[in-house]
Design a protein around this ligand. Structure first.
Ligand code: SF4
Ligand code: SF4
Length: 452
């Protein structure tokens, strides 16, 4: 399938200086609000949600525990989280093949926070046109005060973001108590300062540079797109040659060259120059242009989510093998992760043989093997575990029959397994059995008696 080549083009507003983004309204801005509003609400609210006195979502590195929406995950469940991330990436690829960088434009935290910071900037320093004009004028006392207000609000927003983020690692209530008592630990202070600085820099100062220079996704999007991918596109056949605003030249295209599509672009590009890696498919230029078309009595959609084939009036299928392939991979990875979660046991038993001295002799001359048993309870109500062995007659286990898991919910214990049975073969299959209440787990291993 033919790939659309990416071009890096000079832009009208992104060169040498700050981009003052003009805010616009329209269906894509509404859609973004519809997506980003609930996401922001979830991000800021979820950190406070507790069920039975425990956080609903918490990555507790100290206790080596992850509380995931009511599920208790232990360290050995990390592959399941990795699986979730793989499923999430597949969803991202699926969306990219179908509709370009819609993730970037509508749901990426960098975009959501950048729009939030742009709104604060508009609130404190005025609209984009005014800011652009004032940039060429000398600073006045009022403008200094407005600028201070902007940075103060940015820092406040960055701190609240950082506090919330840290609250997913240290319970938010505990964290707020530490801060109110002015006794935060040094690691917490480190997290708060780093995250505040990163949010302030990324959403306030770096903005589109993160999307265009730092995010790897923008670089490999060309590989994902094909001639049927719907991306934000300018219909040059309809728009060119451009006319000046108000002109009624019959030969001219529909573009009145008002530049509004450039002024509203958060990455400062001119979509009329063609597909560019800087475009995050946010749809702001579509909304701005649709309004212009409405005003001059032309059909909307001079800029629209269209594929290359659609622009050339060729048949263009959204549902095509490539998209369906990604959808199948998405179903498979999601199914595999769901199966992994359904197979989790409340108790995990690991058995490690002593590789240093596989066969030993005890004081009675019996052949023994050493094992290290590690127990980890995912369910914190499991505190004591009965340990037993299933195997041929004559084998017996040296070590405690009951293990206490303690506050950490885990315990590691060395055992020696010895044989009183002279007629056993050189290699015997055995099973360690751990029972905690109704929960029972078994782990197969071997007993070796190579020399006698
Ligand atoms: S907003 Fe539409 S009409 Fe105005 S310059 Fe852009 S493409 Fe042309
Ligand atoms: S060109 Fe349009 S869709 Fe792309 S980033 Fe700019 S405003 Fe958003």
């Amino acid at each position: 399938m033919q790939q659309i080549p990416l071009r890096t083009l000079s832009t009208t507003t992104a060169v040498g200086g700050k981009i003052h983004v003009r805010l616009t309204e329209g269906r894509f801005q509404n859609l973004r609000r519809l997506i980003s509003g609930p996401l922001l609400l979830i991000y800021f609210a979820l950190v406070w949600v507790q069920v039975d006195g425990r956080s609903w979502l918490l990555f507790d590195f100290e206790a080596r525990r992850i509380l995931l929406f009511g599920l208790d995950l232990a360290w050995h469940d990390l592959p399941l989280l990795a699986g979730l991330m793989i499923a999430g990436s597949t969803l991202l690829f699926f969306a990219a093949v179908g509709w370009g960088r819609v993730w970037c434009g509508f749901a990426c935290p960098q975009s959501i926070w950048t729009w939030l910071f742009i709104r604060i900037e508009t609130l404190t320093e005025g609209r984009a046109a005014l800011r652009r004009k004032q940039e060429k004028q000398p600073l006045t006392g009022t403008r200094v005060l407005r600028r201070i207000a902007k940075h103060a609000l940015w820092l406040l927003a960055a701190f609240v973001t950082a506090f919330t983020f840290t609250g997913y690692f240290v319970p938010a209530r505990e964290l707020s108590q530490q801060l109110l008592a002015l006794q935060p630990d040094i690691a917490t202070v480190g997290w708060l300062v780093t995250m505040t600085a990163l949010t302030y820099l990324n959403a306030g100062l770096a903005r589109e540079k993160v999307c265009t220079h730092m995010c790897p996704y923008s670089r490999f999007q060309g590989v994902m797109f094909d001639a049927d991918t719907r991306t934000v596109t300018y219909d040059a056949a309809r728009g060119e040659p451009r006319r000046t605003t108000g002109s009624s030249n019959g030969d001219a295209g529909d573009c009145v060259n008002c530049d509004l599509c450039v002024q509203v672009c958060p990455t400062g590009i001119d979509i009329r120059d063609g597909l560019q890696y800087e475009c995050i498919d946010c749809g702001a230029c579509i909304d701005a242009c649709d309004k212009v078309m409405e005003k001059i009595g032309k059909p909307k959609g001079l800029i629209a989510f269209k594929s290359e084939n659609q622009l050339q009036n060729k048949p263009s299928k959204l549902l095509r093998p490539r998209l369906l392939g990604y959808f199948s991979v998405l179903l498979i990875t999601t199914g595999a992760v769901a199966f992994g979660f359904s197979q989790r046991s409340a108790l995990v038993l690991e058995v490690l043989r002593d590789r240093g001295a596989i066969v030993q002799h005890n004081s009675r001359g019996e052949i023994c093997n050493s094992y290290q048993l590690k127990l980890e309870a995912v369910d914190p109500s499991l505190s004591s575990v009965e340990l037993s062995l299933r195997g041929p007659q004559g084998l017996y286990l040296n070590g405690p029959a009951t293990l206490w898991l303690g506050d950490q919910g885990s315990h590691s214990q060395g055992y020696q397994l010895c044989s009183r049975n002279d007629s056993l073969p050189p290699r015997v299959d055995i099973t360690f059995v751990a029972q905690a209440g109704d929960v029972r787990v078994e782990k197969a291993s071997t007993f070796l008696q190579l020399a006698r």
